[in-house]
Design a binder for this molecule. Structure first.
Ligand code: ATP
Ligand code: MG
Length: 403
């Protein structure tokens, strides 16, 4: 620790620094003579080189360092400050003898500078560390900003995907609706052609049956639109007791009387007892209609369709089989996918069947016949004992065309 002197006539020293009070700084550094006047060099010498007999000369810096006058002499720099600790004034003290002790004085000075250098180094290191920390912080902020931008982009993309999915489901719904209404409409068209034919030929016997076919087709189409409307308000379409037998028979008759399938040999086998499930007669009718239509349509020249309804444990089981080409092996895993068709059609029939049967807690499966050519579709839906004991189960024809 450096201590300023209290008495200018007796300069103090510490670590190789000599202090002089009331030093005339303003007028520039003093002449050698003034320094010698204020600082008694003979007193300074014992402080810097105690016990020395040598002489001490003082030269003012920044004049070039005075070379040692002889091989065994040394030059020492001393910092001299005024009492206010202002800019140090450097003087060079030159001694011509006793080299050993002078070296120790120079070492003290070096220690002082070393401390300053270490402090500077510490300050520089701290500055460097702070700089590195600041740089790291800036970098982190930049990364955070980039991450936020990325997150915003991902959210925007998710929103777009959701929007596209909504549009796609609206498209699927519209396509499904068109597909399902088209089935009864084709039937109605065929009944009307037959009716026209009969009327032209003056035959009236079967006219009422044909108009009944038209009415049933209209009921089916109306039921489907009602169903779609109910989808937007599920409360409007509660599940009721449905007679599977009645639905299957009506749908079978509806297809069989279609002149387009006049050459198809169609057979229906149902059990004596009714099979009642808890569900929806209209949508169940769509399932049966799609399966029987496929069976008829996938046989070029007439062919044969067998519809069998029976009970398997606590389930109603419906099997629709044909004698067509069967389902191509590679198509089997995909036939229930929406829009999958091997004949360039809409490919919606089976996917609708699948979702309706699932909605009835049942399952629909497809396979090729093992006893020859053709495909077999099997639908299983749990029976409802509670529903069977309730009111008269519904069938499609009983649904009036009211709205
Ligand atoms: N009885 C069947 N015999 C052979 N393949 C069938 C039969 N039923 C369905 N498939 C196969 O399943 C696919 C999907 O049937 P789905 O009823 O969903 O569509 P589609 O009949 O091709 O067209 P859409 O019914 O929409 O007019 C068919 O393209 C066909 O490959
Ligand atoms: Mg189909």
């Amino acid at each position: 620790m450096l201590v300023p002197p209290s008495d200018f006539a007796r300069p103090a020293t510490s670590g190789g620094n000599v202090w002089a009070s009331q030093w005339p700084v303003a007028g520039g550094p003093p002449e050698n003579g003034i320094l010698e006047t204020l600082l008694d060099v003979s007193e300074l010498l014992p402080i810097i080189a105690p016990g020395s007999e040598s002489k001490l000369k003082i030269a003012q810096e920044p004049t070039p360092r005075v070379p040692p006058p002889s091989a065994d002499s040394m030059v020492a720099s001393v910092s001299i400050r005024d009492e206010h600790w202002t800019t140090p004034i450097h003087w060079t003290l030159i001694r011509t003898e006793n080299q050993t002790q002078l070296i120790s004085s120079v070492a003290n000075l070096a220690a002082h500078y070393r401390t300053t250098i270490i402090l500077n180094f510490v300050v520089m290191s701290l500055t460097l560390v702070l700089g590195i920390l600041a740089f790291g912080q800036v970098r982190r902020s930049a990364l955070l900003e980039a991450e936020n931008r990325h997150q915003a982009r991902v959210r925007e993309l998710e929103r777009q995907v959701l929007h596209t999915e909504r549009l796609a489901s609206v498209g699927r719904l519209a396509a499904g609706l068109a597909h399902e209404i088209n089935n009864p409409l084709e039937g109605i068209g065929n009944y009307l052609s037959l009716l026209e034919e009969d009327l032209r030929d003056g035959r009236t016997d079967g006219c009422l049956d044909l108009t009944a076919g038209v009415r049933e087709g209209l009921n089916r189409a109306a039921g489907i639109t009602r169903q779609v409307l109910a989808l937007s308000d599920p409360g409007r379409s509660p599940k009721t007791a449905v007679s599977v037998k009645a639905v299957v028979k009506e749908t079978f008759d509806f297809v069989r009387s279609n002149p387009a399938f006049r050459h198809v040999r169609m057979e229906l086998r149902v059990p004596d007892a009714d099979l009642v499930i808890l569900g929806n007669a209209i949508t169940l009718g769509q399932v049966v209609l799609n399966l029987i239509l496929n069976a008829c349509e996938y046989q070029d020249q007439g062919g044969q369709v067998e519809v069998v309804l029976d009970r398997e444990d606590a389930k109603a089981r419906l099997r629709v089989s044909d004698r067509g080409p069967g389902i191509p092996e590679e198509a089997l895993p995909r036939i229930f996918e929406p829009f999958f068709s091997t004949r360039g059609s809409t490919g919606l029939g089976l996917s609708l069947c699948h979702s309706i049967v699932s909605d009835h807690a049942g399952q629909v499966t497809a396979a090729n016949r093992t006893d020859g050519r053709g495909a077999v579709f099997t639908v299983e839906i749990p029976l409802s004992e509670a529903a069977a004991g309730a009111a008269e189960p519904a069938a499609i024809k009983e649904k009036e065309l009211t709205n």
